[in-house]
Design a protein around this ligand. Sequence first.
Ligand SMILES: O=P(O)(O)OC[C@H]1O[C@H](O[C@H]2O[C@H](CO)[C@@H](O)[C@H](O)[C@H]2O)[C@H](O)[C@@H](O)[C@@H]1O
Ligand SMILES: O=c1ccn([C@@H]2O[C@H](COP(=O)(O)OP(=O)(O)O)[C@@H](O)[C@H]2O)c(=O)[nH]1
Ligand SMILES: [Mg+2]
Length: 738
Amino acid sequence: MDNKTIIVSNRLPLQLHLSDGQLKMTPSVGGLATGMESVHKDEEGLWIGWSGLVEEDLDQDTHKEIDQLVAKENCATVSLTQDDVNNFYYGLSNRTLWPLFHYFMEYTEFEIQYWESYKAVNQKFANVVLQHIEDGDQIWVHDYQLLLLPALIRQSKPNVSIGFFLHIPFPSYEIFRCFPWREELLHGVLGADLIGFHTYDYERHFLSSIKRILRLDVNFNEIDYHERIVKVDSFPMGIDYNKFHDAAKSHRKLCSEERSELQQKLDEHFESTKDTKLILSIDRLDYTKGIPNRIRAFEYFLNKYPEFKEKVRLIMLSVPSRSDVPQYQLLKKETDELVGRINGEFSTVNWTPIWYFYRSLPFDNLIDLYSSADIALITPIRDGMNLVAKEYVATRTRKDGVLILSEMAGASKEMNEAILINPNNFEQIADSIKSAIEMPLEQQISRNHLLQKRLKRYSVEKWAQEFMKSLNATKDIEKVIALKPLDEQESKTMFEKFKSAKRRLLLLDYDGTLTGFQDNPQNAGPDDELLTLLDKINNQKQTNMVIISGRDRETLERWFGEKDYAMITDHGVWAKEKNKSWKPLERLRTEWMENIRPVLETFVDRTPGTFIEEKKYSLAWHYRKADPELAQVRTIELNTVITSLISNNELTVLNGNKVIEVKNSSVNKGRAAGYLLSRKDYDFVLAIGDDWTDEYMFKEVPEGGYSIKVGFQKSKAKYYVKNTQEVRKLLEGFANSQ
Ligand SMILES: O=P(O)(O)OC[C@H]1O[C@H](O[C@H]2O[C@H](CO)[C@@H](O)[C@H](O)[C@H]2O)[C@H](O)[C@@H](O)[C@@H]1O
Ligand SMILES: O=c1ccn([C@@H]2O[C@H](COP(=O)(O)OP(=O)(O)O)[C@@H](O)[C@H]2O)c(=O)[nH]1
Ligand SMILES: [Mg+2]
């Protein structure tokens, strides 16, 4: 069977209601559902989500009926209880994540029972998804209600492609870090192969949290995560342009009897007050949408430019949303009062300044409104994208009309030709309304021409295609890296070869390979389990086990002094064979250190969290604990400074794992490995390491030998293992193969 694509979101594109025991189906409101619906239509695949009903209200028969109804629309439901809806939907989703991600800290509630429910409901979604997928399928998970879902799917089905798209802003690190369970949330979403955002700003905030909270390595827009690479990118969501444009075209052709009741009312308005301009706003009644601001700014405009009284009218369509959340109830009250007060204050016999509708309207009525409005006034305080702005422009078939749009909406990034405003600046909004009313028609046309061209080209279909194309491309990353996993089969063969070999050489890097990293490198000494394994291997007559490290001789002597291990330290300066004493492999000068140390010290002073490690033959500047972005800037600076200073010396700069090391250029692990290989004719060679500096040694491994990278990154090695735990398993294998 062909691979399928499955869409998962909290809300299905259709909502079910029970009225007098009868099931009713209506389309969902909100950008995610309206936008994705046109993508789903052309797809063979399945859409999984919540029906809008709760289990307590359903008996077995209704359950069945629902399943049949939604199956006809290629949908499947996740069943939620009233408790789930209270704690997961109204709780963590809409009283925690929604306000937090929209920078409304004062509305954000951190409640443990919300979080527990969020985890449980994400698991419920995972259970339904898992019933429907097979290896090779693509799953596209949507939005902040399901941030844990990618990892939950990946756990049980590692061989599927998972994309995740966030429809709301991702806040800056300073806001996101306040979330009590921030690590779990990030690990959840990192279960995906591709993570998409509407704008580059959201993407960069996300990466900043990944770097600062999880301390993962990020290369441009790729995150090294366990054995995978997770790609992050921005995909600004579009609309079904033709649907809106064509509907508006047909709408214009309707004769007066064919027109809707609403349109007839609008026509009357135009008839009775001929030179009155119509300003339109449409949004869910949500505090992020800046509704009170908009009304107050409109009032400010009427006071500042009284000549426009009776010449302009604001039509506001506010769609009921999340009305169980107290903040939404308060907003409803505030909006009602504001509209009442302003209408009371300004209305005349012929004129009411604000027409306010609190309901949702069918598509045809939306087209009536969009087509009739001279100006769209869209003023969110924060908004992931805002599709209404795009829909308004798409319906302007004559290219007239002016869009006034908040720069806090994701859509503003692509809609430069609109009049962009700061929703908190009433002066600017008032002046923009005046400019919009007075804008010459040619200017309206030239602005809308450009806007429409872009909306038509980057439609919602194109957006979905681009996302899926990018998701498919992530499957190739493994090929680009070209490393093979050292899986069970490969390790079995390797252990057999090891067993039958007579002269074995094992080159073992220390940090990041035999042990994990510590904030202070001096705390990374060997544990008892490691020592027991190394002892066992070292006791094998046929095996030459060499710890080959960038560490200084003193440290390794302290840790392994009592053992008779072979060791190479300082990247190859000192060597000690089994049961023999230390001897230098290279004769080195150290006078250069006096000049380089003060330079490194100035970097320590300017980069909190960094420090210098002094080795006998090298100087290392460690930045593991520093702010990752500052450290990145400093590493570039330091590389430039040091490279210019050392041009006449035989020195080189090594960029290791969160460390920059200055050392003699004649020394590296490759030369040391080459020296060992030249001393004996080995019939089994293995080199294992995690770092950039280990690449030199991988290059020396002869054909038929094993070079193994710890971690999933570009490398010269032939194989990779995921982490230090897997290295331990290999060591066990060698220890037990006599
Ligand atoms: O499902 P609800 O709680 O009733 O809310 C409706 C939807 O609102 C949000 O929409 C967002 O998606 C739009 C399209 O990407 C975007 O233009 C807008 O800025 C967002 O606010 C929410 O993200 C959805 O999950 C909700 O279903
Ligand atoms: O009565 C209405 C009013 C609006 N919408 C649609 O709801 C979506 C709102 O999306 P937007 O991105 O502007 O905001 P969101 O509600 O997703 O935050 C748009 O596609 C509108 O056409 C609707 O279906 N019925
Ligand atoms: Mg290492």
